[in-house]
Design a protein around this ligand. Structure first.
Ligand code: FAD
Length: 317
């Protein structure tokens, strides 16, 4: 079922959902299940599965240019299929521009449709570690809005090449990313919101936000989005702070602000066990306020750990 249908069916009740990261190469899928199992009692209608960018390395071999692909965290689509049928939940693969040609994306989408996945999250992906800025993969997309267009075209039966004759009946519900504190590369929140509107105009059905720690940022963002005509659901993304180093990492990597009171509370902590508890309490307060405000879903970034998300969900849902 589509995310938008889950929201409609909930009839104003706030839903719980979360995102998982595929395990590192070689790890067993059972570890993933062990982290998901404790969260199923909160009835998530959908679970997101992130994708890591594939690295394409071109090697000259005589006259031939050989392309070697290093997959860092494999298995997004496979994991989605296993979650769908194991837990009877809608699993949402993240589909990236970076690292994929348009043809490869089409194959991924065909697989998703074949496996009965009704939703996909369309993202650009980040720059590679050795690059300062995001560079589109040769034959791939530069912006998520282009990827949304490709998915939407496929929903209308339009393949990249007109050689496939079988009618293709995908009808993906498309999610995209939104940034309450603006995307780190964007010159302003207003410009970034216009870019978000382009993704929605290209066919995106809902937005999931980047993490934020001050709900006011989310409420202002939604208001501004509505003012420029973005009418689709905007799902808040919540991440509990878990370690002291998050004080440096989160603002540095995501260019977001941490509220002064939260910083002070974390600084007072003797160890990461105490930090984790402060993070859980903060996320509980954030989530309760979001639920009271009637948000459609509270979406948690679990980063592969379920114990803190379980603690939060048990106080909120
Ligand atoms: P875009 O919407 O393409 O925007 C990227 C930047 O380009 C923005 O600054 C935007 O303002 C600008 N822009 C857009 N269109 C134009 C245009 N036409 N001209 C000029 N500028 C433009 N990353 C992963 O690698 N894997 C994941 O699974 C993953 N999941 C995520 C889930 C969520 C909910 C979120 C919020 C992020 C996720 N990310 C993931 C991170 C994401 O890939 C990065 O934040 C990335 O840098 C931007 O992706 P985007 O889809 O927002 O890009």
């Amino acid at each position: 079922m589509k995310v938008t249908e889950h929201i409609e069916q909930a009839n104003g009740k706030t839903l719980f959902s979360f995102e998982i990261v595929p395990p590192q190469k070689g790890q067993n899928i059972q570890e993933l299940y062990n982290n998901i199992d404790p969260l199923m009692e909160f009835n998530p209608p959908f679970i997101d599965v992130t994708t890591s960018r594939e690295e394409h390395i071109y090697i000259q071999k005589g006259d031939l240019l050989d392309r070697k692909i290093t997959r860092m965290r494999p298995g997004t689509v496979g994991i989605c299929a296993s979650l769908k049928y194991k837990y009877n939940v809608d699993a949402i693969p993240h589909v990236l521009c970076g690292g994929f040609t348009k043809e490869e994306t089409e194959y991924v989408l065909v697989d998703c449709h074949y496996l009965g996945l009704d939703n996909v999250m369309a993202l650009r992906g980040d720059a590679m570690k050795h690059e300062q800025y995001f560079k589109a993969t040769k034959g791939g997309h530069q912006y998520a809005s282009e990827l949304v267009k490709q998915i939407n075209n496929l929903n209308k039966g339009k393949y990249l090449h007109e050689i496939i004759e079988t009618p293709y009946n995908s009808n993906f519900c498309i999610g995209v990313a939104g940034y309450p504190e603006k995307h780190l590369e964007s010159p302003s929140l207003e410009t970034d919101l216009r870019r978000l509107k382009e993704k929605v105009d290209a066919g995106a059905d809902y937005v999931v936000t980047q993490m934020f720690f001050d709900n006011k940022k989310y409420f202002d963002f939604v208001k501004k989005a509505r003012n420029i005509g973005i009418t689709v659901p905007i799902i808040p993304g919540i991440k509990p702070v878990a370690i002291k180093r998050h004080l440096q990492i989160l603002p540095q990597v995501f260019k977001l602000d941490l509220p002064e009171i939260l910083i002070r509370e974390i600084e007072k902590c003797k160890d990461n066990k105490e930090v984790r508890q402060v993070g859980v309490e903060w996320a509980i307060q954030q989530s309760k306020e979001l639920v009271a405000a009637g948000v459609p879903v509270v979406h948690f970034y679990s980063m592969g750990k379920s114990d803190n998300i379980k603690e939060i969900a048990s106080k909120v849902f």
